[in-house]
Design a protein around this ligand. Structure first.
Ligand code: ADP
Ligand code: MG
Length: 765
């Protein structure tokens, strides 16, 4: 049962100590109507608050269900309040921003009663107090008497065993007071009602027991519990827990009462989100544009494999590593740096094995493969003065001597067709021949023309070029042998007319397409695969090549090779080298390129470092570079916008703190109804959650709307349509960030709220 044993309670204000209760002992019956009488300040409210578990006693004991409460923790008190106690206050203490029904339900809501049961019980209670017709009204739409009835209904709804009423009629007129007292008397039939009053008439009229207080002491008790009285009924105590949805509902209703402020706050805190969302949508859009542009213009750029290659990754690593030294030092000394150039170079040992490996690339990913060979042809032309001139392909003017990529698919749309416009003639890959590439202005180098035997001309017609004949001379015809010596044949005319000489012409003139200018610009000759293969084949068993392979040779040369070069002659210069010096792999598209590089990487698996073949993928190097720049700009802009996001979270913290101050009374009421301090924290977390969500969504909506004029401006400036695009992942992430930041901003105020003393909270107005 309920028993107070030598309860003492005092309040300290500064150095002054107020003894509110001095050694009070009272035993209550399970079912009686007790009136506490006493002058103002005699300790009645303090007593009630201690019985109700709202306030803590200093010493003594409160016995509930034959158990001491000395060891009660906060959670036990919360449960006790929620289950066993119904409070009725002089000033009603209803939550003003929710309706009557919700007010009555609140205690049950806190203890997690299902909404159906809750509703039924609340309506029953409201019926009992005669307010069933007013359930959807807000408290301030009711009279004082009606409000007190709501408070009574709330106290009754959860069917507690103890009703504590602190001057319930103190604020009411006599007529209404009597009605309220009748109601309480009715309740007292099967409950313990402890009512504080300073009206002795009312006490005598309704109560079954009157206890008088003076200066914190009990001075009389009209009907004390005798030692012989026995009771075995116990109070029921269940656990309480506010669900987050209850917290949300409470906060949502509260927020509704101050729409203007909430909207302004949300708008202010959404500015950061708007900024970031705009930056992201713009950078996102630009990235897509750049990507598309690069895909279009670089997709056809070949993957290049050369005999010697600089290792870009090592080079970048080297640059980032050598930063420890001070720039522009004053010291009079030098620092020695290791020359790493050697290690940055990689020699690709392109073998027949490797070229065979390349032949097995899935042709559906390829639009062509070009092999650049070291075959420097020996050529003789006949110029317009009928002079015969010996030239080599080294004189032909273009530094990068590229073979025309062959189309392994035999599709009409090979890489040549994709990259170049054929502006004269027709390419026939199976015929030995030359293809002349001109640049975007139809230019070629004069040396290229000289090679063909056309000299001193400003402009040449396509026809002139295509009519010009060249003879390819075989090694064995050019190098004559005398004993152990080889020397060049000087009779160019007979060489020109030699039956072994291969006649070639310019088959076609090609020009890089405008959209592929980056990778096709340049001018010079390319030769067909058929020509290369023919020359390689014909020179393979030539005497000079065989002699050179045996190393017991001497070559006497005049033009085109000078003395010093003689000894450097390689098989390649003699036009018999089958291993390419460079390979260009033209992928079908961007995705195919990845497949191809994967395939190339596979070759290097389990290979010694020196046997690894490294390729250069210029296209992805360019796109990763531009991507990095874009990323850097984006990060900087986002950093700026984030500052406003941080500022707004601080602002949310302040607003929440104000809200905590405003809702102190509500905190007290909720605590009196059994809310845990944790639940109070939830209410405010819910409030910041709502604000964060609203500002996040608002920010995204505004940012989305702003992309429309932004796109208009960009289109006017650059001609690119619909660049700014808000990505759904970014949008949701930003809303989540907004919620998280505002909730963090409200953490401290929420803690302050949850730590508030319920008694003091109730006393605030
Ligand atoms: P009653 O309800 O009988 O009018 P209270 O129980 O409210 O009296 O107060 C008893 C005494 O304790 C009073 O003198 C009051 O000023 C003092 N008191 C009550 N609560 C506090 C408090 N929180 N701080 C300081 N003094 C208090
Ligand atoms: Mg009082």
């Amino acid at each position: 049962m309920l028993e107070l044993k030598q309860i003492k309670k005092s309040y300290k204000t500064g150095t002054f100590v107020q003894h509110a209760l001095k050694d009070v002992s009272i035993k209550f019956r399970k079912n009686e109507f007790v009136a506490i009488l006493g002058a103002s300040g005699s300790g009645k409210t303090t007593l009630l608050n201690i019985i109700g578990g709202l306030d803590r006693y200093d010493s003594g004991d409160l016995i509930i269900n034959n158990t001491s409460t000395k060891k009660y923790k906060n959670i036990n008190w919360d449960r006790y309040r929620n289950n066993c106690i119904g409070f009725i206050f002089q000033n009603y203490n209803l939550i003003s921003h929710i309706n009557i029904l919700d007010n009555v339900e609140m205690g049950m809501t806190l203890s997690g009663v299902s909404s159906k049961t809750r509703r039924r019980k609340a309506k029953d209670a409201l019926k009992k107090v005669g307010l069933i017709d007013h359930i959807h009204k807000k408290p301030n739409q009711l009279s004082g008497g009606q409000m007190q009835r709501v408070a009574i209904a709330r106290a009754l709804a959860n069917n507690p065993d103890i009703i504590l009423a602190d001057e319930p009629t103190g604020a009411l007129d006599t007529k209404t007071s009597i009605q309220i007292m009748e109601l309480i008397k009715e309740i007292a039939k099967d409950k313990l009602v402890i009512m504080v009053t300073h009206n002795p008439e009312l006490a005598k009229e309704y109560a079954t027991r009157i206890i008088e207080f003076k200066d914190g002491e009990k001075i009389s008790d009209s009907n004390p519990v005798e030692e012989t009285e026995k009771e075995n009924k116990e109070f029921k105590i269940k656990k309480t827990a506010m669900s987050f949805s209850t917290a949300l509902k409470l906060s949502f209703n509260n927020i509704k009462t101050k729409k203007g402020r909430t909207l302004l706050t949300s708008f202010a805190s959404s500015i950061g989100i708007i900024g970031i969302a705009l930056v992201l949508s713009l950078s996102n859009g630009f990235k897509i544009e750049i990507d598309n542009f690069e895909k279009k213009s670089l997709a056809q750029a070949p993957i290049t494999i050369t005999q010697q290659t600089v290792q870009m990754d090592k080079m970048i690593e080297e640059q980032t590593n050598s930063k420890e030294l001070k720039k522009y030092p004053d010291e009079k000394r030098l620092f020695v740096q290791e020359d790493k150039m050697e290690s940055m170079m990689h020699i690709n040992k392109i073998t027949e094995d490797y070229t065979n490996y390349l032949k097995k690339i899935n042709i559906k990913y390829l639009s062509g493969i070009a092999y650049e060979r070291g075959t420097n042809l020996l050529l003789i032309n006949k110029d317009d003065q009928n002079n015969y001139n010996l030239v080599t392909t080294m004189n032909m003017g273009i530094s990068s001597w590229t073979l025309l990529p062959s189309n392994p698919n035999q599709e009409k749309e090979g890489v040549v067709e994709k990259l170049y416009d054929v502006i004269a003639g027709e390419i026939n890959e199976n015929e030995p021949g030359l293809i002349l590439q001109v640049d975007s202005k139809n230019q070629i180098y004069d040396t290229v023309l000289e090679t063909l035997g056309i000299q001193n001309k400003e402009t040449v017609t396509f026809e002139e070029i295509m009519n010009q004949e060249l003879k390819v001379i075989l090694n064995d015809d050019y190098y004559l042998q005398k004993g152990e010596f080889f020397y060049p044949n000087q009779d160019l005319k007979s060489l020109y007319n030699n039956k072994n000489s291969i006649t070639i012409k310019v088959q076609a003139i090609i020009r890089g397409k405008e959209e592929h200018e980056i990778i096709t610009n340049g001018n010079g000759f390319a030769y067909t695969n058929a020509l290369t293969e023919l020359i390689v084949e014909k020179n393979k068993n030539s005497k000079i090549v065989t002699a050179q392979m045996g190393k017991d040779y001497n070559i006497l040369t005049q033009s085109p090779f000078d003395e010093t070069m003689t000894k450097e002659l390689t098989l390649g210069y003699l036009g018999a080298d089958t291993i390419p010096v460079a390979i260009y792999i033209y992928p079908k598209d961007f995705d195919s390129k990845e497949k191809i590089t994967d395939y190339l990487d596979k070759y290097n698996e389990n290979k010694e470092a020196e046997d690894v073949i490294k390729y250069t993928d210029m296209a992805s190097m360019i796109s990763s570079l531009s991507g990095n720049i874009m990323d850097a700009v984006t990060v900087v802009l986002i950093a700026f916008s984030s500052i406003s996001l941080i500022v707004s979270s601080i602002m949310i913290g302040i607003i929440t703190y104000i809200s905590v101050l405003e809702r102190t009374k509500e905190i007290g009421i909720l605590r009196a109804l059994g809310a845990r301090s944790k639940d109070i924290k939830r209410v405010f977390t819910a409030e910041t959650f709502i604000i964060g969500l609203v500002s996040g969504i608002l920010g995204i909506v505004v940012a989305y709307l702003l992309t429309i004029p932004a796109n208009q401006i960009i289109e006017n400036l650059s001609g690119l349509a619909n660049v700014a695009k808000l990505n759904i992942v970014h949008a949701t992430t930003l809303i989540i960030i907004s919620v998280v930041l505002t909730v963090i901003g409200g953490l401290i105020p929420s803690r302050v709220a949850s730590k508030k003393d319920p008694v003091e909270a109730l006393r605030t107005e």
